[in-house]
Structure formats: C-alpha cells, structure tokens
Write a protein that binds this ligand. Structure first.
Ligand code: F6P
Length: 347
C-alpha cells in the first residue's frame, strides 16, 4: 500500500519514534511505500512532501521535534481545504493516511474520513488531555522535565527563603502540573480543573513559614483560571488557526498575589517550550513505537476512522470521533492525592 504520514499541532517528544516505527513495520512487514507530508495539514494543502524510507527514518528514534516538521494549519478553515487535501491524497496515489496529532489534527482527519478518505490517527499531546487513551506519548517526557525543574527550584528557593511559582503547560487539563507537582513535592498545585483559591495558597505558605520552612514551591498549569475574572492568562490577543490563545502569565499573577498577601519574596518561572523540546524518555519511545506499529497494522486490517490508544497495558483502537469529542481532565482522586498531603487542606 502507499501510505501518507503527517505530524500536526504542537511538537511532542516521540513524534519521530512513531514515524520510524510505522515506516519500518510497513516496509519490512507489509511491503508498503510511504510519503511524508511536511508541516501538518499545510503540507497536504500545498502538496509538500518528503520520502519516508528506511534511510530517511534512520537515526531518529531518540530525537525530539519531527523530521516532518509541524504546523497548526487547519484545512477546515481554508475555503475548499478539505477538497484540496483529497486532491493531494489522490495525486500522490495514497491508499491511506496516518495522522499523528491531538484533537485539532484528528478533527481534520475525521472530516476527511466523512468524505471517504482512509485515515488512522495516533494520539499526540504533552498535555495528555486526549480522550480515549490512558496516556499520550510525550507526556512522560514533559513530566520528567518539569519534575527535574521543580527539584532544582527547591534548592534555590530554600537558599533565598523564597516562594517560587513554576508555570507548566496544560491548556485544558492539569496533568503535567499534577504529576510534576506531586513527583517534585510541590506545596500547592493549581490546575484548570479547580478554581484557584489564593487564600488557601497563602495559608499553605504561611503555615510552612510558621514551622520553620521559609520557602515554598507552587506549580501552576498555564490554563488555570485567573481567580478574579475566571478567564485565562494570555499573552496578547492573537489566536492560532485552531482558535487557541497564547497562554502565559498565570504563574506571574499568582506569584505577585502571594508576595502582596504574605510579604514573602516570591518569584515566577515559566518552563514553557523546554517541556516539549529534546529527547523523549524511554517510556515515550516505547509508547510511540507501539503506536506507530499499531497504526500501520490498522491500515492493513482496513480499520479506518480509528485512533490507536493505550488502555491499561494494551494497545487498542477507538473511533476518531470519540477521541475529539471532549478533553480528558484530571479526576477527583488524583486531585485529592495532591491536596491530601497538605496539613491545612481538609478536602
Ligand atoms: O501542545 C499543547 C501545548 O503544549 C499547550 O499546553 C500550550 O498551550 C501550547 O501547546 C503552546 O504551543 P505553541 O506555543 O506552539 O502554540
């Protein structure tokens, strides 16, 4: 078969491992040929391709980023975009597409499936908020990077008797904040799922101070809501093609409020794109390899309009439409785990 592959949305450690696994399994096991589309759906709209062969996917397993590059180009927002994608897919004589991306990328894939294009999706986002799968590749790497940062912030915060607020990614869900906050021993973890209670955060900091702990670490997800307005902290008013605002600033806001209310010197750090860059962890390489291999197998089983997912320890698949229906947010049990370790929090 001739199979197209693309990577869309924000990049994510493990993208290259997915591409490599699909191509190697496809060529060695199924006798396939591959076409790589550059920069997500933009490459399909503009017919910008690169060959995907055993040679071109060699040596990429451990590399961050994506050899296909990526974009947030939304084919559904372009006049005639879906038809243009179909024309490119036909021109390249493709039997199927493997789309590696989050809900936005899979939303376009699902629109193509409705028009008869044979797509199989692979779930990708460091935010880990895609429904239907227990874990997205890239999440483990992001959590490892954020946890190391939280560890490092402890010693400098302690040396200076400071509060440090560490802002991590997580637009709609607080998975990275919760995991890195708990793994790193943060004193408070603020997530999009729960309104920020600044009185409570300040009470935690003061209680620590009162028992001789003159420093505190707070982890906040970029998508946690501003307490006064309930809105998001954004940088400017630009939105990308999928309508997402550029998030930034909730960490600085929380830091300023803590300093004002407690009098303790407080700093904010935004980890930003460091969480997405660089080499994937062994866990993510493994998961990405399982996803890539399963995706090309699904193509050969003729199971289109499906997304490969991890359920427990098994790789299986679900309808693409189910995955994009709603975000997977952090549940009460995990939220309670973080809160349960603090002396003054009752619930
Ligand atoms: O991929 C999702 C994400 O990591 C969000 O957490 C974040 O808001 C966004 O990407 C930022 O990406 P970019 O700066 O590339 O728009």
């Amino acid at each position: 078969m001739r199979v197209g592959i693309l990577t869309g949305g924000g990049d994510c450690p493990g993208l290259n491992a997915v591409i490599r696994a699909a191509v190697r399994k496809g060529i060695f096991h199924h006798g396939d040929e591959f076409v790589g589309f550059m920069e997500g759906w933009r490459g399909v709209l503009e017919d910008k391709t690169m060959p995907l062969t055993i040679d071109t996917v060699s040596g990429i397993l451990h590399l961050g980023g994506t050899i296909l590059r990526t974009s947030r180009t939304n084919a559904r927002k372009k006049e005639g975009g879906i038809e243009q994608c179909i024309a490119t897919i036909q021109r390249n004589k493709l039997d199927a597409m493997i789309t590696i991306g989050g809900d936005d990328t899979q939303g376009v894939a699902n629109a193509l499936v409705q028009k008869g294009v044979k797509c199989v999706g692979v779930p990708k986002t460091i935010d880990n908020d895609l429904s239907g799968t227990d874990v997205c590749f890239g999440f483990d790497t992001a959590v490892s990077i954020a946890t190391e940062a939280v560890d490092r912030l402890h010693s400098t915060a302690e040396a200076h008797n400071r509060v440090i607020v560490c802002e991590v990614m997580g637009r709609d869900a607080g998975w990275i904040a919760l995991y890195s906050g708990i793994a790193g021993g943060a004193d408070a973890i603020l997530v999009p799922e729960k309104p920020i209670d600044l009185d409570e955060v300040c009470a935690i900091v003061k209680e620590r101070h009162a028992r001789g702990k003159y420093f505190s670490i707070i982890v906040v997800a970029e998508g946690a809501k501003m307490p006064a307005s309930g809105g998001l902290a954004t940088h400017g008013d630009k939105v990308d093609e999928f309508g997402h605002a550029r998030l930034a600033g909730i960490g600085q806001y929380v830091a300023d409020e803590i300093e004002k209310r407690t009098g303790f010197e407080t700093r904010a750090v935004n980890l930003g794109h460091t969480q997405r860059g660089g080499t994937p962890t062994a866990f993510d390489r493994m998961l990405a390899t399982r996803y890539g291999s399963a995706a090309i197998d699904l193509v050969h089983q003729g199971k289109f309009g499906r997304l490969v997912v991890l359920r427990g320890t098994e790789i299986t698949d679900i309808p693409l439409a189910d995955a994009i229906a709603k975000n997977k947010t952090v549940g009460d049990e995990l939220l309670a785990l973080g809160r349960g370790l603090q002396p003054i929090l009752k619930k």
